[in-house]
Design a protein around this ligand. Structure first.
Ligand SMILES: *[C@@H]1O[C@H](CO)[C@@H](O)[C@H](O)[C@H]1NC(C)=O
Ligand SMILES: *[C@@H]1O[C@H](CO)[C@@H](O)[C@H](O)[C@H]1NC(C)=O
Ligand SMILES: [Zn+2]
Length: 475
């Protein structure tokens, strides 16, 4: 085991010369050749026509000024060398919490894959210019909160290399589901921490990161338990195949790939990676993320950028719009107070929970269309309800749950309601955790109470006639 972990780390170190692209023979050779080529040749010319980090900052701010009615500029933190990680939020009510889904694009995760930082800015500006006339752009502005981080790795970009200023591959720096790596919060890179904190603040429904070195839409899982190259689907395999295929088929020619069937691939089947951002998003962020490789050449000549943007434009817009145009969404209410109650949604047969938003109890459950699903809403202290739907286009499904009229139910409700009120300032991620802890405390109280009643009742009634079993509380 030790040995295999060691081998894993060795292989990770070596794989860092590659993109998330191409372990398959020819592609590998090609990428390695490109890598060598770029190192000893004109690296100054490479950046020609690309925005510098300073240019990018100016472009983001200029976008914010020009499109101030539908955008907000903010930073999620700083890179190792102190460069702000700027985000453009696009919405008709930027920065305002609404019962709407959120989507994110992240570019330039790898410093030497700069296409994403350019085309995310083209996307933002295109939406700004067209949201009054283009139906897709209008739909996005009115119904989605779109957050765009053009560059997660400005330091790597400046150094024209894959890793950040500490030469760490940011797409291997997240906690991993199989191996106890990157679990030390303080050892994590500031760029990684910024992403993790961002997901605690904003409840994203879906997202995509933009890479280069291949032309394919990659979906979870990215790793396998046994480290072998195998197809390893996550619980939402069907959903992901649908999302990835939608992307590749709206792209100019991604779906025509000879290397990747239909232009999509399961990450673990391509080649397993550990500590990736995509799997972490799905497991811990409640966010369905794709890793998009959008150009065979990691660092193409800048004059190819307008073409690459044109090839990806409809795919990018469709992917964002899919959070409202696909799946099932709605809100969860309490039947007694009529108030929204933030609970969770599960689908029978899919081992994955989607949480509803804290303020509006709105949920967005992406699913592959053309199938029957049983949708289950649950909230502590309420009776769960389920509904069977035949899903084609997006379906709106609200739930009105009845309180559980038991001692436990009342306790759970009062505690969760109360904590809901007290913690409205807390971010979404913490609310359910606090609630969960309180629920456990409530249950312990309930047990103690039962015991007290029982003990008090004892002198008046024989334990036989009460029929209550003696409870042992071994806590
Ligand atoms: C897609 O089009 C580009 C530009 O024409 C070309 O270089 C690339 O080889 C094509 N890829 C596929 C899979 O057809
Ligand atoms: C569901 O997923 C969790 C991890 O999220 C896992 O611990 C559990 O064993 C899974 N349950 C089933 C029935 O597969
Ligand atoms: Zn990459």
């Amino acid at each position: 085991m030790k040995c295999s972990l060691f081998l894993l780390f060795i292989s990770l170190t070596f794989s860092s010369v590659l993109a998330r692209g191409g372990l398959s023979g020819s592609a590998t050779t090609r990428l390695l050749l490109e890598e060598n080529h770029s190192q000893n040749s004109n690296s100054v010319d490479k950046a020609k026509g690309y925005m510098s980090n300073y240019d990018l900052e100016q472009a983001v701010k200029e976008f914010g000024r020009r499109c101030s009615n539908i955008s907000r500029i903010y930073s999620i933190g700083k890179s190792v060398n102190g460069f702000p990680l700027w985000v453009m939020e696009i919405s008709d009510k930027p920065g305002v919490e609404e019962p709407e889904p959120a989507f994110k694009f992240i570019g330039n995760v790898h410093g030497d894959e700069p296409v994403g930082r350019e085309i995310t800015l083209l996307l933002a500006n295109w939406i700004c210019d067209n949201h009054m006339k283009d139906p897709l752009a209008k739909l996005i502005v009115e119904n989605v909160h779109l957050h765009i981080l053009p560059s997660l790795n400005p330091d790597g970009f400046a150094l024209k290399r894959r890793g950040n200023a500490n030469n760490i591959d940011l797409n291997r720096d997240f906690p991993d589901q199989f191996f106890p790596m990157n679990n030390d919060e303080n050892a994590r890179q500031p760029e990684t921490r910024a992403i993790m904190n961002w997901l605690r603040e904003i409840h994203f429904t879906a997202s995509a990161t933009l890479h280069g070195g291949a032309l394919v839409a990659n979906y979870p899982w990215d790793g396998t338990q046994d480290q072998r190259r195998n197809y390893y689907g996550c619980p939402d395999d069907e959903t992901f195949k649908f999302l990835a295929s939608s992307y590749s088929h709206s792209h100019h020619n991604m779906s025509l790939s000879k290397e990747f069937h239909q232009g999509i691939i399961n990450g673990a089947f391509w080649y397993p990676i550990y500590g990736g951002m995509q799997d972490w998003n799905y497991i811990h962020g409640g966010c369905l993320e794709l890793t998009l490789e959008i150009s065979d050449d990691k660092w193409p000549n800048a004059n190819e950028l307008p073409t690459i943007w044109e090839y990806n434009k409809i795919s990018m817009l469709n992917l964002v719009a899919s959070v409202v145009k696909n799946g099932v969404h709605g809100r969860i209410f309490s039947s007694d107070s009529g108030r929204p109650i933030p609970g969770s949604i599960t689908i029978k047969g899919i081992n994955y929970t989607v949480k509803a938003g804290r303020a509006f109890a709105d949920y967005y459950r992406l699913l592959a269309p053309g199938k029957k699903y049983e949708v289950i809403a649950s909230v502590p202290g309420y009776r769960s309800k389920s509904t069977i739907i035949w899903l084609e286009e997006a379906t709106t499904l609200d739930f009105i749950l009845d309180p559980e009229e038991t001692l436990e139910g009342n306790l759970l409700r009062s505690i969760c309601d109360c904590s809901g009120g007290v913690t409205t300032k807390l971010v979404w991620g913490y609310h359910m955790e606090i609630c969960f802890v309180l629920v456990i405390i409530a249950f312990l109280c309930f047990l103690l109470k039962r015991r007290t009643i029982f003990t008090l009742g004892k002198p008046r009634q024989s334990s036989k006639s009460r029929g209550l079993p003696e409870m042992s509380i071994g806590l």
